[in-house]
Design a protein around this ligand. Structure first.
Ligand SMILES: [Zn+2]
Length: 362
């Protein structure tokens, strides 16, 4: 099979013809239909996670995976209800299954966790072995390129916004900010509309083309922040919404500027959630943070149940997708576009797998 693999840091991926992987008795071999390309793949190549992961080369990146069940291990139980030919997505974040967080359902934050594409082989290949417990069967046929990104870009902001919802900062007289309008942001704006109980949703980004898509996806207001001071942005926010502050904000970028702007615009008792990871540190003024009783949430990826909810939304056609289909051979040039922020929506490698036939039923 073909696989695009990392043999060292800071180098393009190498496209290689390698043996189709064997599966363990509790694994399923998935024939990859779609593999989403994430900015964190660029960060992986750049060594951003080197300390945390300590992975050995070669690494096959790709953690947003949709595909067909191709083979099933001997010890996969009947109760898993998986059959060859089923359309599946891969829930990333594979925990040890026994720690407190795993037992709470949050395998993605297991201390002994791993993630396909960051150690175990990922979806930048024609086949990938996956523990059967991490697969979710999708009954309704959806396009590979629409399914794959739901497992990260399409679910990570969903979990983040659920944290804001739990913080009690939503309502029709509230203002919700979404920072970023690329991969994660183009989903975040939709969940902001769905979950914020009628709040005014404002999207902040630096690219007019991406902001135009955010508007189509339901943003009430968009603000281009390029070259603007916090004061300028606040003035524009007031002009467009009648409010000077945000009650809630999700940061899908995670750059120094978006954290500064997001926290700087937060109203008293407001809540902020970080899901984007472009930068490396959080540096915010302490006294206003404490005196205004702000809340800062970290939110990492999503758990299996979050992904089930997002898949339910997708199957009810409640999610609009902004996708750029990528040919496998063009993976490296698209990683460069991703690095430069020049991809609109989500780039997804699409393999030549039949996706037109209906899903087999039991
Ligand atoms: Zn665990």
């Amino acid at each position: 099979m073909l696989a695009a693999r990392m043999r060292e840091y800071h180098k393009p991926l190498v496209i290689e013809d390698i043996k189709v992987p064997d599966i363990l008795p509790d694994q399923v071999l998935v024939r990859v239909g779609g593999a989403g390309m994430c900015r964190s793949d660029v960060q992986l190549i750049d060594g951003y996670f080197a300390e945390a992961l300590k992975t050995k080369f070669p690494i096959t990146p790709g953690h947003e995976i949709s595909g067909l069940v191709s083979a099933i291990g001997d010890r996969v139980p009947e109760s898993a209800q998986l059959a060859v030919g089923d359309q599946v997505v891969v829930a990333a974040g594979w925990g040890d299954g026994i720690c407190r967080q795993c037992r709470l359902g949050n395998e993605q934050i297991c201390e002994h966790g791993s993630w396909p594409g960051f150690g175990p082989p990922g979806g930048y290949a024609e086949f990938v072995p996956v523990p059967y417990r991490q697969l979710i069967r999708v009954e309704q046929r959806l396009k590979w390129e629409e399914l794959a990104p739901l497992t990260d870009a399409g679910v990570t902001p969903y979990r983040g916004i659920k944290k804001l919802r739990a913080a009690g900062v939503f309502g029709p007289d509230r203002v919700m900010g979404v920072f970023g309008a690329s991969g994660l942001g183009s989903y975040a704006v939709q969940y902001a509309k769905l979950l914020s109980s009628g709040a005014t949703v404002v999207v902040f980004a630096r690219n007019d083309e991406k902001l135009a898509i955010a508007k189509e996806r339901g943003a009430d207001v968009t603000i281009n922040t390029r070259g603007k001071s916090l004061n300028d942005i606040q003035g524009e926010l007031f002009k467009l919404t009648g409010h000077r502050k945000l009650d809630a904000a999700i940061d899908c970028v995670g750059a120094e500027e978006t954290i500064q702007a997001g926290i700087g615009l937060l109203a008293t008792a407001g809540a902020f959630v970080s899901v984007g990871l472009v930068g490396t540190r959080i540096n915010i003024p302490l006294f206003p943070f404490t005196a205004s009783e702000l809340t800062y949430h970290g939110s990492f990826w999503a758990n299996y149940a979050d992904l089930q909810e997002v898949l339910a939304l997708a199957q009810k056609e409640k999610i609009q997708h902004s996708i750029k289909r990528i040919k496998f051979q063009d993976v490296n040039e698209n990683l460069e576009l991703l690095r430069a922020g020049d991809i609109i929506g989500r780039a997804v490698i699409v393999f030549d797998v039949d996706s037109d036939s209906p899903a087999p039923h039991k």
